[in-house]
Ligand binder design. Structure first.
Ligand SMILES: Cc1cc2nc3c(=O)[nH]c(=O)nc-3n(C[C@H](O)[C@H](O)[C@H](O)COP(=O)(O)O)c2cc1C
Length: 371
């Protein structure tokens, strides 16, 4: 029997890193870190249990104290966190997976409740979202400080023994806030046309690259469209092209649903991953994530143009998804899950509690949407 493509190995062209299969554990906020951002035994166990994925990505980890988005979030902002980061990198490497830290700054989505400060962003704006706090507009010092924070955090990840970082440019956090026309109305060099709005993410890539060793992977996660912040498909595709010109080692497209066309082209039979693949050409590794539950769906996302396929929700209830994926007819367990099932899949009480907020995910949690 031939090996399904999703279980074939993959080599990153620039660094030569070899990944044992095409499956990526996508970044997932899991609320299991200690209050100071240090790694807990529970977070270590949760990630280690998923080391059958060719790549394991940590949750979004804050590069600066004023960028923390959630309680219990892993931090990469301080040397004091190094012992936990080292422990995690060593454990993941020993388990045979390639390890990435997702580095991020929440911007307007770093609440004052956690940071003790008014959030800042590219500009002052209002968004219709729960607990929204109006941000102040970044000063030049804020911007330079954040770029340096990303670079130093990435260097910490390299020193801890991780294989690379994924810069979080998706889902409406600080990098996206700089990209969007609603959230970035600056008139200086960090705003204006797309080249100005994309300058922040490109400067982060450049600084991260300069601060980390030659063989360290540096990639960026992007959303194809964030309408409420003013990120359009055409602009996201152009940003992706620029990042490839800048030499990123991979692009990660966050589709949420890989089987839908872009909102900008609802009639198109070309799905989101294909739009990105065609925009960036065949050379750069592309990870695509969103809406994959079964091995056949993962295979289909590769056929759309991805080299590697990310999974999040399916990996919560099926820690050993990659080990099962080669078995004919295997079907993953689907939500709603009982708390006992999730405990068996190495989720701590804190994470099970968080998943109760996701509609229809835990049997005793929030009601399913539309139910
Ligand atoms: C509990 C949970 C936490 C998440 N946290 C993050 C995160 O920290 N960073 C990120 O980029 N995406 C995050 N996501 C989004 C996932 O990485 C993924 O893109 C999304 O869930 C769609 O993939 P799926 O259909 O396989 O779940 C999170 C998703 C879930 C379910």
């Amino acid at each position: 029997m031939t090996t399904p493509r999703i279980l074939e190995s993959f080599t990153f062209p620039r660094t030569g890193h070899v990944v044992s299969n095409r499956l990526v554990l996508a970044a997932m906020t899991n609320k299991q870190s200690h209050a100071d951002g240090s790694l807990s035994d529970e977070e270590l166990a949760w990630l280690e249990a998923r080391a059958g994925f060719g790549i394991v990505t940590t949750c979004a980890a804050h590069v600066a104290l004023d960028g923390q988005g959630w309680d219990g979030e892993l931090g990469v902002h301080d040397d004091a966190l190094m012992p936990g980061l080292r422990r995690l990198a060593v454990a993941l490497t020993a388990a045979g997976t390639l390890s990435l830290v997702q580095i991020f700054h929440g911007g307007v989505r770093a609440p004052s409740r956690l940071t003790g400060k008014q959030p800042w962003s590219a500009s002052v704006f209002e968004l219709d979202s729960p607990n929204f706090e109006t941000p102040r507009a970044a000063t030049e010092v804020d911007i330079q400080r954040a770029i340096v924070a990303f670079a130093i955090a990435a260097r910490r990840c390299a020193q801890a023994g991780f294989d690379g970082v994924e810069i979080h440019g998706a889902h409406g956090y600080l990098v996206t806030q700089f990209l969007g026309t609603v959230t970035n109305t600056r008139r200086d060099a960090w705003g204006g046309d797309l080249a100005g709005r994309a300058r922040f993410v490109r400067a982060i890539v450049e600084a991260v690259r300069a601060a980390t060793p030659e063989g360290f992977l540096v990639g960026v996660r992007l959303s194809p469209e964030v309408p409420e912040q003013g990120v359009s498909l055409d602009e996201a595709l152009q940003v992706a092209r620029w990042l490839v010109e800048d030499g990123v080692d991979f692009l990660h497209v966050s589709n949420w649903d890989s089987f839908k066309p872009p909102a900008a082209h609802p009639e198109s039979d070309k799905l989101l991953t294909t739009w990105f693949r065609e925009a960036v050409g065949p050379e750069v590794p592309v990870i695509a994530t969103g809406g994959v539950w079964t091995p056949a769906q993962a295979q289909a996302v590769m056929e759309q143009g991805a080299d590697l396929v990310g999974l999040a929700r399916a990996a919560i209830g099926n820690a050993r998804w990659p080990e099962h994926a080669g078995r004919t007819g295997w079907e993953p367990a689907r939500p709603p899950y009982t708390p006992e099932h999730l405990k068996g899949e190495v989720l701590s009480a804190a994470l099970i509690d968080y998943m109760r907020m996701w509609p229809g995910f835990v049997t005793d949690g929030a009601a399913a949407e539309g139910a």
